[in-house]
Design a protein around this ligand. Structure first.
Ligand code: FRU
Length: 500
């Protein structure tokens, strides 16, 4: 860790010395998680879009691999997904050695044959994802559209019938479009979904997957992920989702997934369903082929409002922690729950207090190793207090780069990054994010992962998530300072752990 690189996270993936954006082609294969991603192999701003590649066995230690699919004179390689073609439907592999098939967007360059359009193309790997060949007859699916992109493909199993389903977007129409295929090459239109809920920007990077509802194992719901830029709840880019059913042709959202519209057709963004209420979780999509049907997602920890100007070098931009995603029912409705994938087992806490009364005195959580990441776990009963405040990474001089506060009266959790960090590189960066977080049995539960330039807050056991980048200017001397205002609270548990 040197001064130039002091913002580089230790638990989050960053490319060594280049730019990245969306995670692409997330797939587990033969014991390895593959993270492909939008990458500029030649610089640290957006451009020359190609698929970079990294591999991991635990979603925490990543090895950067050579560029997997490179742009050329004809096309940029935009976002997409990968499937394991176990039955060799594409003929790219053999029945004993299946191919991995990438379905990506060809963003055609000026002067190329398909200039001005975006269409879906294939590339395949017969060496477990390490080298890739573009299909000779690309593209395989176009709509004469300049904004048709981000295909996510999965195998749909119906009784006696299974076929590939693609969800992609007509970005400027706020529409998800669905197609089916038996060989990944010939595609037939199925249906469209949208506009619905947040529609104040382009729809991008969709995903569609089934999940069992926890505690009701006979019930499965379908989750449609729709990323949007701009127009997300915290401003700029973000990810919304819908819960519903998929009959093999059409996605039918549950009525409670659809936010009401006012007289002039406006939608209250707070009534939409959000993967994350912060500024920096975008293009979140799920892994294919994970054993036991587990759902794991990764998002890009950035926001198109300021993505290209983050004050880091030589790399720019990183991924979120991988998140295990499940569905829980809340009364009548099902909602997503997200848990960060962290080192197993977790280390012993550096400090842990239980059943501790919080009044006027501050509680300090130590920063044992500033080169590591930190995990704060808090379980607080607000009691008579009005506000619970956690200053994150405070230094002796000046304001903390992030202040998390909970307003007991309004049940709002706020993350304020306006002071104490570098916000100078973009006028929209200094911001305060707000998420509704009702107490549960009178308790506020927080898990906060701090990793150099990022804060990810998982509230109420992952029912609400809020993620923001931060760029501290002063060296922190504590991990956090907790205080309460207006009364007394009880810390049922408060702990800080060093994650190396
Ligand atoms: C989302 C996105 C995608 C596109 C890619 C290009 O961040 O705009 O829609 O495929 O990035 O890099």
């Amino acid at each position: 860790r040197n001064a130039v690189d002091s913002y580089r996270p230790v638990l989050h993936y960053t490319a060594r010395d280049t730019w990245l954006n969306d995670p692409n082609g997330l797939v587990w294969y033969q014991g390895i998680y593959h993270l492909f991603y939008q990458n500029n192999p030649f610089g640290n701003v957006w451009g020359n879009m190609s698929w970079g590649h990294a591999t991991s066995t635990d979603l925490l230690h990543w090895t950067e691999q050579p560029v997997a699919i490179a742009c050329d004179d004809e096309e940029d390689i935009f976002s997409g997904s990968i499937v394991v073609d176990t039955e060799n439907t594409s003929g790219f592999g053999t029945s004993t050695s299946p191919a991995l098939v990438a379905i990506y967007t060809s963003a055609y360059k000026d002067g190329s044959l398909h200039e001005g359009t975006q269409a879906q193309s294939l590339a395949y790997s017969t060496d477990a994802g390490m080298s890739w060949t573009k299909y000779a007859h690309n593209p395989v699916l176009g709509r004469e559209s300049a904004h048709f992109r981000d295909p996510k493909v999965f195998l749909y199993n119906a009784p006696g019938d299974s076929y590939w389903v693609m969800v992609a977007v007509e970005a400027q129409h706020q529409q998800v479009v669905l197609y089916r295929s038996s060989d990944l090459k010939a595609w037939t239109y199925l249906s469209s979904f949208g506009p619905a809920n947040a529609g104040g920007g382009e729809w991008e990077c969709p995903d569609l997957f089934p999940l069992p509802v926890a505690g009701q194992e006979d019930q499965t719901k379908w989750v449609l992920i729709v990323n949007i830029n701009p127009g997300a709840v915290a401003g700029g880019s973000g990810g919304q989702y819908f819960i519903g059913d998929f009959d093999g042709v059409t996605f039918h959202p549950d009525a409670d997934s659809i936010a009401p519209r006012d007289e002039v057709g406006g939608v209250d963004l707070e009534r939409c369903l959000w993967l994350d209420w912060g500024r920096d979780y975008y293009a979140g999509v799920s892994f294919s082929n994970v054993p036991n049907g587990r759902c794991i997602m990764i998002g890009w920890m950035n926001n198109w409002d300021y993505a290209n100007s983050l004050p880091t070098t030589p790399w720019r931009s990183g991924m979120s922690l991988a998140r295990r995603v499940t569905l829980e029912s809340h009364g009548e409705v099902a909602r997503l729950v997200q848990h960060p994938i962290l080192p197993v087992p977790l280390p012993a806490p550096d400090l842990e207090v239980v059943d501790f009364e919080l009044a006027s005195a501050e509680v300090t959580l130590p920063l044992v190793d500033a080169t590591a990441a930190q995990l704060i776990e808090a379980e607080i009963m607000p009691g008579t207090s009005q506000t619970i405040r956690l200053e994150l990474l405070p230094s002796l001089h000046g304001r903390a780069p992030a202040v998390l506060s909970y307003n007991v009266a309004t049940s709002e959790l706020c993350l304020d990054r306006r002071e104490g960090g570098d916000t100078s590189f973009n006028e929209t960066f200094g911001s305060i994010e707000v998420a509704p977080v009702p107490l549960e049995d009178g308790v506020l539960r927080l898990r906060i992962v701090i990793d150099h330039c990022s804060v990810e807050v998982f509230a109420q056991n992952g029912r609400v998530v809020l993620s923001d980048l931060i760029f501290p200017v002063a060296e922190a001397d504590r991990c956090a300072v907790l205080s309460v205002e207006g009364g007394r609270a009880i810390a049922r548990r408060l702990a800080v752990l060093t994650l190396r």
